[in-house]
Design a protein around this ligand. Structure first.
Ligand code: GZL
Length: 330
């Protein structure tokens, strides 16, 4: 008998032994392992109010096509009632196995969260937290806005270090949004210790025109303003426009701090008109889809997965900031 024939017979024996072991009574029946291709995600987005939001939406659409996720996207036009009705529609939709919510508000979802749980739908919060028991959702993937607010205060404290009076006006995000609530809270944790006085606060609803009008109002009421604390880049840009139209120099007469670190925000860091931009990561879809697959496969996760984020300063210099901007996706 030739060597190769002996080898072939030996290999056949080995293969059949392995098969027998697999089909034995003791082997567990093979359980299906779900992948991204098994996901049909009902995604309830806030709207399209900012550059951050556009990047967040793109992250979900682009990543879905890369991974083969069936994405049903809903734009709530910044209306809570639209988010609640979309939630109900996705609960009724038997093809949807995971509902993802970017919550406009911290409250208003209790009934739909309960209905989703009763219907066996997996719920994942992305971007914004809500005031609901953590048993009502699988996990929350989003930023630590309180920490972002603390970073904003530290940046403002440094920008005003040579000022005797440190009057700061706040242009806050949309009322009721966790990003606004927590950035406001975080800023206030150490503002007194720095000698910062928050002399006025009003929402700019995340947008340029409304924030410009708010800043115009602040400047009409007082010229004794040394800083502006704006809850996103659009609000900071609106404030900068108003400061310039009042004949003042942003970054010199009045220091400005914003959030998100979008490409638009970087433009104003590079000119020096924006003193600091605290990063808030919108590219959350890969983590969300990964969490959704874990949920389908019955795995557990922490109830909150905070985003890793940095911060940028005009003091880094225009050329360094231009180099950083080239590496960024939004
Ligand atoms: C932050 C996000 C906020 C952004 C704004 O995670 O919720 O909403 O800071 C956006 O630009 O409108």
């Amino acid at each position: 008998m030739t060597r190769s024939r002996t080898l072939r017979i030996a290999l056949l024996f080995a293969a059949s032994a392995a098969l027998a072991a697999c089909s034995g009574a003791s082997a567990t029946p093979s359980q299906k392992v779900y992948t991204a291709k098994d996901l049909t995600v009902g995604f309830i987005q806030t709207g399209s109010e900012s550059g951050w939001r556009a990047a967040n939406t793109s992250s979900f659409k682009e990543t879905a096509s890369q991974l083969g996720v069936n994405l049903k996207f809903y734009d709530a036009q910044n209306k809570l009632e639209n988010q609640v009705s979309a939630f109900r529609n996705f609960i009724q939709d038997s093809s949807v196995n995971v509902i993802v919510l970017a919550a406009l508000d911290v409250t208003g979802y209790d009934d739909v969260l309960k209905a989703a749980k009763d219907a066996g739908k997996i719920v994942i919060l992305e971007d914004r937290r809500i005031n609901a028991d953590s048993s009502m959702y699988y996990t929350y993937i989003g930023s630590d806005f309180d920490l972002e607010g603390q970073k904003g205060e530290a940046a403002m404290c440094d920008l005003l270090k040579n000022q005797t009076s440190k009057n700061v006006v706040e242009i806050s995000g949309a009322v009721g949004a966790s990003a606004a609530i927590d950035r406001a809270k975080g800023f206030r944790e150490k503002s007194d210790a720095c000698g910062i006085k928050i002399t006025a606060t009003q929402t700019g609803n995340w947008g340029v025109p409304e924030s410009k009008a708010v800043m115009e109002g602040f400047l009409k009421n007082s010229k004794d303003i040394q800083g502006v604390y704006a809850h996103n880049d659009e609000e900071a840009i609106g404030a900068i426009q108003a400061i310039k139209e009042a004949g003042l120099v942003p970054g010199k007469d009045i220091q400005v701090v914003g959030f998100d670190a979008t490409a638009d925000g970087f433009k104003y860091l590079i000119t020096g008109e924006l003193g600091a931009d605290i990063e808030c990561n919108p590219l959350l879809a890969p983590q969300v889809y990964e969490a959704a697959v874990k949920a389908l496969n019955g795995e557990t996760m922490p109830k909150w997965v905070p985003s890793n984020e940095g911060q940028f300063f005009a003091s880094q210099g225009a050329s360094a900031l231009q180099d950083i901007l080239k590496t960024r996706k939004y």
